[in-house]
Design a protein around this ligand. Structure first.
Ligand SMILES: Nc1ncnc2c1ncn2[C@@H]1O[C@H](COP(=O)(O)OP(=O)(O)O)[C@@H](O)[C@H]1O
Ligand SMILES: [Mg+2]
Length: 268
């Protein structure tokens, strides 16, 4: 496994995660994250493996790789890293986009009179006013993916838009920050407890706490090649521990059948 040394004076990045205690660093072109509550790194790596077996292009998601992190203290810890996806583009989170142009997303997301569908539509409508982008298909597909991996951290700072100041144009950022998924938080989801019980405890974000409700926002085609994914999981048979078990159990749930197609297991 790759080893990444954190130079002594590298700034730690302040976390925006809802569980907020994962150490991260920007070292050269690499963004490095340390496991804090369990196997977040394995969950990130497995999440990108799923997307590598999907119809999404490589630009539509961030690829995470496992690594050992050598801390300035001399300690070695586990985590993962990704290559920079931003370059010269400016990043504007969904939350920031709202705060700069309207009010916080809370006025929509916390409005009990609105259904998930209405909240989604209103948020996407406002995004379109500011950016000109119709993000509905791409964001709802991400929410379907989040439901599959039980991602509990898709808050409004983990939905991101990129602005190009030169061309004055907007794009949707690749899917990133999927580490709090697949029951990776072993503090909240202790190893040894039955998966069926633990899975029921996980809450979705940001439109509804129910994964099923957020999954229903996606009406597009199947996008994950099941044949290829199962083949990949076999090839990486021992690497992913419980993360893989959780994924296989999710894949057996018929509510996700429409996300999968049977295809060739050809790896690009
Ligand atoms: N590969 C990357 N390219 C560019 N920016 C990144 C990358 N990975 C992380 N970041 C930046 O660091 C922030 C925190 O990373 P993230 O993976 O979201 O962790 P967390 O939200 O758990 O702190 C992101 O919101 C983004 O600004
Ligand atoms: Mg984040």
């Amino acid at each position: 496994m790759e080893k990444i040394s954190i130079p002594t004076n590298t700034m730690r990045i302040i976390s925006t995660s809802s569980k907020g205690d994962q150490s991260k660093w920007h070292v050269g072109e690499k963004w490095v994250k340390q496991n804090a509550r369990g196997y977040e790194g394995k969950a990130e790596v497995l999440a990108s493996l799923i997307l590598a077996c999907s119809t999404l292009s490589e630009q539509e998601y961030v690829t995470y790789k496992p690594c050992e992190i050598l801390l300035p203290t001399g300690e070695t810890v586990n985590g993962c890293y990704s290559q920079d996806f931003r370059g010269e583009l400016q990043e504007v989170t969904l939350e920031r986009l709202f705060e700069a142009n309207f009010t916080s997303t809370d006025s929509i997301l916390n409005n009990k009179a609105l259904s998930s569908q209405e909240k989604f539509e209103q948020i996407m409508h406002h995004v379109e006013i500011v950016t000109g982008l119709d993000a509905r298909a791409v964001i709802s597909r991400m929410l379907a993916f989040d439901a599959l991996i039980l991602n509990e951290d898709r808050h409004t700072n983990n939905i991101l838009f990129l602005y190009n100041p030169v061309t004055q144009s907007w794009q949707i950022a690749p899917i990133f920050d999927n580490g709090l998924s697949l029951l990776s938080d072993e503090k909240d989801y202790p190893p040894g407890k039955p998966l069926t019980i633990l899975k029921r405890k996980v809450k979705a974000k940001p439109f509804n706490s129910s994964f099923t409700r957020q999954l229903a926002l996606y009406t597009g085609p199947a996008f994950i090649n099941k044949t290829k994914l199962l083949h990949q999981l076999e090839m990486h048979s021992n690497e992913f521990g419980r993360a893989k078990q959780v994924l296989l159990s999710q894949m057996n749930d018929p509510i996700f059948d429409h996300l999968f197609f049977e295809g060739s297991d050809h790896i690009d």
